[in-house]
Design a protein around this ligand. Structure first.
Ligand code: SF4
Length: 362
């Protein structure tokens, strides 16, 4: 039985210029109907969850009463969860919403900051400003939620290395932040940036920005535990670790993905059909070969790599036997290390993970 659940809230108050996710603009009636439908779905579940993650879209875009109804419905599943995360945007987070989140066992907030430079926030069409970030952090903390993660993006149009380093320094030294996720901007064809023909930043700048993130965050006591994620005081994301270890998780809501009993599924983002209850999920049954590769692909994203004992228990074959040639080749290049317990990337391999994985492909 799955011990983790991802629930997708597809609404956003504004659409950011770089975004091509499964989301739509907030609309009061649609939100209400969506909420009724997702509550019906939640009622079909009786798992006792270890981790729950409400993402989006923008969960904090839900009005207070709908947010509370949603959390109430999830409460029987989540009351003993070790980690219950909700994504929030600064522009629509309020002290009341923070208090409601806290009262329904939410103990972690993932806050979309993206950048602390007001001029860049304008370019990417985020509606908060740097001064609002501080207020939001205080608000969350005062509501009793002390596990706060923030997202930062690099490679934004006109962003310099210096601007990026300032953002990192600020976030890394902030006492209320204990987890930082960094993302390199990709220009998606169907985003506003894509339609405008905005070019991505150069590969050199992208690499320099990634490098300096590692240096700065480490110098502030952050552990680089996953390729894009850094944690302080042991506050790794327990929910996301379930993905990286390729464990089952339930996906709920249109736009969500899930993995249960060897079936990987996607619930298409068709809001009207979802609300009517006629939407069918798209399923892909994973073969043993597929699952072993997924395990490698996801597991090598973690600094600690893949536990050989877990792999053996799961697939009844030693990882080192299954991928003998690929492992040897990567060890020779200095990209991988194999010990009795695990297989993991060297710092060089971590940076070139794409290349490392090519030789593992089925
Ligand atoms: S980036 Fe996030 S907040 Fe912005 S439109 Fe996309 S899903 Fe919504």
């Amino acid at each position: 039985m799955s011990q983790s659940l991802y629930l997708h809230v597809p609404f956003c108050d504004h659409i950011c210029a770089y975004c091509d996710f499964e989301r739509c603009r907030s609309h009061p009636l649609l939100m209400e109907k969506w909420c009724e439908r997702i509550i019906e779905e939640i009622a079909e579940h009786h798992e006792i969850l270890k981790t729950c993650y409400i993402g989006g879209g923008t969960p904090s875009a839900l009005p207070l009463d709908l947010l509370e109804k949603l959390l109430q419905a999830l409460s029987p599943l989540c009351q003993n969860a070790k980690e219950f995360t909700v994504e929030a945007n600064i522009e629509n987070l309020t002290p009341e919403k923070c208090r409601v989140l806290s009262s329904y066992h939410v103990n972690r907030i993932s806050l979309g900051i993206q950048t602390l430079q007001d001029e860049l926030l304008r370019i990417i069409e985020r509606h908060h400003r740097k001064e609002d970030v501080e207020k939001a952090l205080q608000m969350i903390h005062e509501a009793g939620i002390h596990n706060i993660s923030v997202d930062l993006i690099y490679g934004l149009p006109s962003q310099t290395l210096n601007m990026w380093q300032k953002d990192l320094e600020w976030a890394a030294s902030h006492p209320l932040i204990s987890h930082i996720s960094i993302y390199s901007l990709t220009i998606e064809e169907n985003s506003k940036f894509g339609r405008q023909g905005i070019e991505p930043c150069s590969e050199e700048l992208d690499a320099d920005m990634y490098e300096s993130a590692i240096q700065i965050l480490k110098s502030h006591g952050y552990e680089h535990y996953e390729i894009s994620n850094f944690a302080k005081n042991g506050r790794r994301s327990l929910h996301n670790i379930q993905y990286w270890k390729y464990h089952d998780f339930i996906g709920l809501g249109c736009g969500a993905y899930g993995l249960e009993n060897h079936v990987y599924y996607h619930i298409p983002f068709q809001l009207n059909d979802y609300i009517k209850g006629t939407l069918k999920r798209i399923e892909e049954i994973k073969s043993k070969e597929d699952e072993m590769f997924e395990c490698v692909m996801m597991g090598l994203r973690l600094r600690e790599g893949i536990n050989r004992h877990d792999f053996l228990m799961r697939f009844d074959i030693d990882l080192a036997d299954q991928y003998k040639k690929a492992i040897q080749e990567n060890i020779q290049k200095g990209y991988l290390e194999l010990t009795e317990d695990s297989l993991f990337c060297t710092p060089k391999g971590f940076e070139l993970l794409h290349e490392v994985l090519l030789v593992f492909m089925p």
